[in-house]
Design a binder for this molecule. Structure first.
Ligand SMILES: NC(=O)c1ccc[n+]([C@@H]2O[C@H](COP(=O)([O-])OP(=O)(O)OC[C@H]3O[C@@H](n4cnc5c(N)ncnc54)[C@H](O)[C@@H]3O)[C@@H](O)[C@H]2O)c1
Length: 314
């Protein structure tokens, strides 16, 4: 993608800052964020590039959004990304992820912007009985308000795309890991071990298995697939194979050169990390690969790589 004017919502966050870095050299990027989940550390780095402009604001503020102008593409990543917090405050998922996505769509309609790439999630499938889970799987029975809010966002994107001839690609992400991460299991384990390097609390029973994808593959494949598809569609983004939570703990302790760390499993709810956590998540990526995309690393390698990157940053 070259010479385009692109809006990234949630640009100050983990995936948003990586996406901006990926696009900046060949495109003009406007990043917006309200700093609800993160501070401005990644924005300060991005702002050194003259192709990047940052505007602080909320996706739910339509007047703010209308002032941004027209874009060739909106990469909509802003969200409440705290899946775990959903059971204590489900309304937050509704406001930011469902209503916020609706507002971004309204902004697109009013500004004559017609292309969107959207960060949805494997959580829309709920506890899928078919693994790896293809895009055609159903019915969707999300077990978290986060998954439900992403599902609502997907629905409105499909409707707006039909009404107003938008071209939208909905990406259902597996677990994304890598540089600039400020949350998630790797980040949590490193922080816990920095405080106490003899024992590690592990949420759930450690057998939770998910597929992990490196953020560079995530950013690269979003642009690749959006350009290749040329129609409104849904694509899973993930990796073949899964990595267990205990395997991630092993990777972190090894990288930190720690021996004999005692793992303390909380047991959680039915062995999950928390109520609403999908215990086994593995997405079928045939659609992604049939479009010609190949990830640079598999699930275990993505985790190991991200452990090294995160250790260097925190
Ligand atoms: N990281 C993953 O493994 C993963 C998996 C599935 C889906 N996703 C989705 O990918 C997207 C990016 O995730 P991330 O991991 O980078 O999360 P993140 O929390 O690092 O980034 C989200 C950004 O959105 C911003 N934001 C939140 N509410 C906002 C609002 N009302 N207005 C403007 N900005 C707002 C936050 O401040 C944050 O910078 C999210 O939509 C998330 O749901 C992520």
């Amino acid at each position: 993608m070259r010479g385009k004017k692109i809006l990234i919502t949630g640009a100050a966050g983990f995936i948003g800052s990586n996406m901006a870095t990926f696009l900046l050299n060949d495109n003009e990027v406007v990043g917006i964020d309200n700093f609800s989940n993160v501070d401005d550390r990644f924005v300060r780095v991005l702002s050194k590039n003259r192709n990047f402009v940052f505007r602080k604001g909320d996706i739910n503020d339509l007047e703010f959004m209308k002032g941004l102008g027209k874009f060739d593409l909106v990469i909509h990543l802003a969200a409440n990304s705290d899946v775990r917090g959903g059971s204590s405050d489900p309304m937050l998922d509704f406001r930011v992820n469902a209503q916020g996505t609706m507002n971004v769509l309204e902004f697109m309609r009013l500004s004559d912007t017609s292309q969107m790439a959207f960060a949805s999630s494997s959580t829309v499938y709920g506890e899928a009985t078919q693994l790896p889970t293809p895009e055609s799987y159903g019915p969707y029975l999300p077990i978290s308000s986060y998954g439900a809010s992403k599902m609502a966002g997907e629905g409105f994107i499909a409707a707006y795309s039909h009404y107003y001839s938008f071209r939208s690609t909905v990406f259902r992400f597996a677990n994304i890991v890598g540089k600039n991460s400020t949350h998630g299991v790797i980040f949590d384990f490193i922080n816990k071990l920095r405080k106490d390097n003899r024992s590690l609390e592990i949420l759930g029973d450690g057998t939770q298995r998910k597929s992990y994808m490196h953020v560079n593959d995530c950013a690269g494949s979003i642009i690749y697939v959006h350009e290749k598809l040329q129609k409104t569609d849904i694509v899973n983004l993930g990796n073949l194979g899964t990595t267990s939570v205990t395997r991630i703990a092993d990777s972190v302790t090894k990288a930190m050169k720690l021996e004999n760390v005692a793992y303390r499993y909380t047991g959680g709810f039915e062995g999950r990390g928390w109520k609403g956590d999908v215990k086994i998540a593995e997405l079928a990526i045939d659609k992604l690969t049939s479009l010609g995309w190949k990830n640079s690393m598999g699930s275990d390698a993505a985790v190991d790589h991200a452990v090294t990157e995160t250790l260097a940053q925190i």
